[in-house]
Design a protein around this ligand. Structure first.
Ligand code: SF4
Length: 423
């Protein structure tokens, strides 16, 4: 770990119990500095869409830390079009936890959460968020909204947060089955969610603004699908952090001008990328350990290995219907590849592997993500039946104290050598 980041993490740990406000000020200062760095001194190896993402994502995380008024803590799968139409800034679990990890501070927050009674086996993204809230560092938002999609941690985490902050919470219950009844069941909850937000935030939803957000989202998705089509025959250098930044735009920022601009740059970059040659093309399932130098060194800006996409970045690519926004949001949840049976997620990974001409896939078993861990063997079997080799890589996307770096790297290198040998 970078020496400065290590020292910063130690300062956070030393202050978290008795001076949470001091920790918040330090985090705000650190993110303000990194905002200047990514804006004025970006890594010149980054493509335009990657530089843009670094600046926007920093701001998205920083804003609710500076001023928590009109903010809501959400989970990554919550469709945020309604929030954007009502000028409510979302703060989401994986994003915030990732940034706290970037500041070298996740250990202090994870320790705090575990000492507060959160189990060690819990997802480390959630443990980091919980530690930040329960320690008093994270400012109290206006309310909490979450879905039950994919992640069993959602119910416990968001209930704990709302109880701790004594703020209102709204949960969208997402059944496993997709049919007319479940679409109406979830759509009905979105209507109730509007009433909830109008009441709590004392704002009225302007339907025209919601339609504007949906139109913007559809333009973004159209460019994103075109990007994947181009990528199938192109080589475009990628890096683990940029692939994680992409999660902001494919999820909580969809429907915003920033997301639309990002997808415009992304499409431009792939259109100007070199044709695919002899590189090893890799598809990734689940989040990425972008903070792990050994793994990052293999993929980041590599001319040999093309990191195509992580599957969370294509969990739902279907247009919304502006005339039926609540049904569209319901479909977005019910048809998301992270929900329903495991075959659905595996099938999407397989379809994308075929269309993007992937040579292999890495299935990242992030510690504590039971949904992902439970689907590992079935996914591997389904892909390998179609001659897509799969490496199951055990690791942790957030907690740097919870990995066996040497073992991971050895297994990764061995897998890549096999792929190279069979090219
Ligand atoms: S990694 Fe898995 S358990 Fe953790 S927040 Fe994401 S979906 Fe939930």
């Amino acid at each position: 770990m970078n020496k400065i980041i290590k020292i910063f993490g130690q300062i956070v740990a030393a202050n978290i119990h008795y001076h949470p406000q001091r920790v918040l000020s330090l985090l705000n200062a650190a993110y303000a500095v990194s905002q200047l760095v990514v804006k004025y001194f970006p890594d010149q190896k980054l493509l335009p869409h990657q530089k843009y993402a670094a600046a926007i994502c920093n701001n998205v995380i920083r804003q609710p830390l500076k001023d928590a008024q009109d903010t809501a803590v959400v989970n990554i799968f919550l469709p945020c079009e309604l929030l954007h139409a009502m000028d409510i800034a979302p703060q989401f679990v994986e994003g915030l936890a990732g940034y706290l990890n970037g500041a070298g501070a996740e250990k202090a927050f994870i320790d705090f959460a575990e000492h507060s009674g959160i189990p060690k086996t819990y997802c480390s993204y959630h443990k980091t968020l919980l530690g930040a809230a329960l320690s008093g560092v994270l400012p109290k938002p206006s309310f909490v909204v979450n879905t039950t999609l994919a992640c069993d941690a959602n119910n416990l985490t968001f209930r704990t947060l709302a109880d701790y902050w004594k703020i209102p919470r709204f949960t969208i219950d997402v059944p496993n089955e997709y049919n007319d009844d479940t679409v109406e069941y979830v759509a009905h909850q979105f209507r109730a969610m509007v009433a909830f937000i109008e009441d709590v935030a004392d704002k009225k939803l302007d339907m025209e603004r919601l339609k504007t957000a949906i139109r913007s989202e559809n333009r973004s998705l159209s460019m994103y699908r075109a990007y994947f089509k181009e990528l199938s025959s192109k080589f475009m250098p990628n890096n683990l952090t940029s692939e994680m930044y992409k999660l902001f735009f494919t999820h909580i920022l969809l429907g915003t001008q920033q997301a639309e601009h990002y997808f415009k740059l992304l499409l431009y970059d792939v259109q100007n990328a070199a044709p695919s040659k002899d590189e090893i093309r890799i598809l990734w399932a689940h989040t990425l350990p972008y903070w792990q130098p050994s793994i990052a060194k293999v993929f980041n800006f590599s001319s040999k290995y093309q990191l195509l996409s992580c599957d969370l970045n294509f969990d739902y690519l279907i247009d919304m219907d502006e005339d039926h926004p609540y049904q569209s949001m319901a479909q977005k949840l019910l048809l998301n590849t992270m929900g329903g049976c495991t075959e659905r997620r595996a099938q999407k990974l397989l379809d994308m592997a075929i269309s993007l001409h992937a040579d292999g896939a890495i299935y990242f078993n992030h510690w504590g993500c039971k949904k992902t861990l439970g689907g590992a063997v079935l996914t591997k079997e389904m892909l390998e039946e179609q001659d897509i080799p799969v490496l199951m890589l055990d690791g942790d996307g957030c907690d740097r104290n919870n990995v066996n770096d040497g073992q991971m790297l050895t297994r990764l290198q061995a897998f890549l050598e096999i792929l190279e040998g069979s090219k």
